[in-house]
Design a protein around this ligand. Structure first.
Ligand SMILES: Cc1cc2nc3c(=O)[nH]c(=O)nc-3n(C[C@H](O)[C@H](O)[C@H](O)COP(=O)(O)OP(=O)(O)OC[C@H]3O[C@@H](n4cnc5c(N)ncnc54)[C@H](O)[C@@H]3O)c2cc1C
Length: 294
């Protein structure tokens, strides 16, 4: 049986938004776990010159590390791990990661804004006509049909595993890269670089740079790590323009599910991420209190 870790609040993302949310939740006495893969946008920035309280600015990595240290000092458990999927089951959130499964009453998504796609001819043309970014949402349309998943890491394997029970055949296409995760026997792997995605009104095949082809009716893009939108889409909280649907309390329509920071779009700055994290954290506290008083 898989190892399940339980707590009141799980926050995905250990950047400014996630850590800010964790401070409000832990100080209200809740048991809080923050799961983050890496240093996110602050890891790509050098110096932050425009954040309140730092005369002369602060090194971005130092700001990131200080945030985590402060949260840990207050009792937040900050874990380095990669999340593949969030599910809402009977009012509880099940979060699947590289290390196991976490379960909580509240989930705050603060996984930043990165969205990865590939410059493959035809890929964007066939979005919604065979190209999908969510196996849980769209896998159903490919019952007994061959499909492919583009990616080379654990997230791609996780998406491919979902599809094995639906599709007739599932092939992971690494597009010239080597697999970095182990792949179950029932899933094929093709490492050839991809030239184009082709079809008529609907997608029908993948053409490789060496001239070979693979007949598929669906291509699922799962490059690198699951982004905020990838994770939110599986819960149905992403609108038709690809934006997460969230209100002024950072609440989605799913009770107990909040989002904060760059993943909500708008001003992509530390100040806004910290502010939204604070709102999401206090909303989470109110929600858990309301559950406990029932
Ligand atoms: C080059 C650069 C320079 C910048 N300069 C400034 C500046 O001068 N001033 C300023 O205010 N802002 C600046 N920013 C923007 C600022 O860094 C962001 O607005 C801020 O970091 C957003 O915080 P966040 O918590 O929403 O997301 P992030 O800081 O991106 O944190 C996201 C977190 O989610 C984690 N994550 C993502 N996917 C997963 C997953 N599947 N599983 C587990 N964890 C996951 C990441 O590892 C990370 O821990 C800059 C950004 C860049 C890229």
């Amino acid at each position: 049986m898989e190892n399940i870790t339980m707590c009141d609040v799980i926050i995905i993302g250990k950047g400014p938004a996630g850590i800010s949310a964790s401070l409000y939740a832990v100080r209200a006495g809740l048991n809080v776990i923050v799961i983050g893969k890496d240093s996110g946008s602050l890891g790509k920035a050098s110096r932050i010159e425009n954040y309140y309280g730092f005369d002369g600015g602060i090194n971005a990595s130092e700001l990131f590390e200080n945030g985590i240290k402060g949260a840990e000092r207050l009792g937040v458990h900050v874990i380095t791990d990669e999340v593949f999927e969030i599910e809402n089951m009977n009012g509880l959130f099940h979060i699947t990661s590289s290390h196991g499964i976490y379960e909580s009453a509240v989930c705050i998504l603060a996984a930043g804004s990165s969205r990865k796609t590939l410059p493959i001819k035809g890929l964007s043309d066939y979005e919604g006509k065979g190209v999908s970014y969510c196996a849980v949402c769209d896998g159903f349309f490919y019952k007994n049909l061959p499909v492919a998943v583009i990616g080379n890491a654990e997230y791609a394997v996780s998406e491919a595993k979902h599809l094995t029970s639906i599709a007739s055949e599932v092939t992971i296409l690494t597009n010239g890269l080597s697999m970095t995760a182990s792949v179950p026997d029932e899933i094929k792997v093709n490492e050839s670089p991809i030239a184009s995605i082709e079809g008529d009104d609907l997608l029908h095949k993948v053409v490789f740079k060496d001239g070979s082809t693979l007949d598929v009716e669906g291509v699922f893009v799962a490059i690198g790590t699951a982004s905020s939108v990838d994770l939110a889409r599986k819960l149905g909280v992403v609108d038709s323009e690809g934006k997460i649907d969230v209100d002024e309390n950072m609440a989605t329509f799913i009770p107990g599910f909040y989002t904060a920071g760059d993943c909500n779009g708008g001003l992509l700055q530390v100040a806004k991420a910290v502010g939204e994290g604070a709102i999401a954290g206090t909303s989470a506290v109110k929600y858990v209190k309301s559950l406990k008083s029932k």
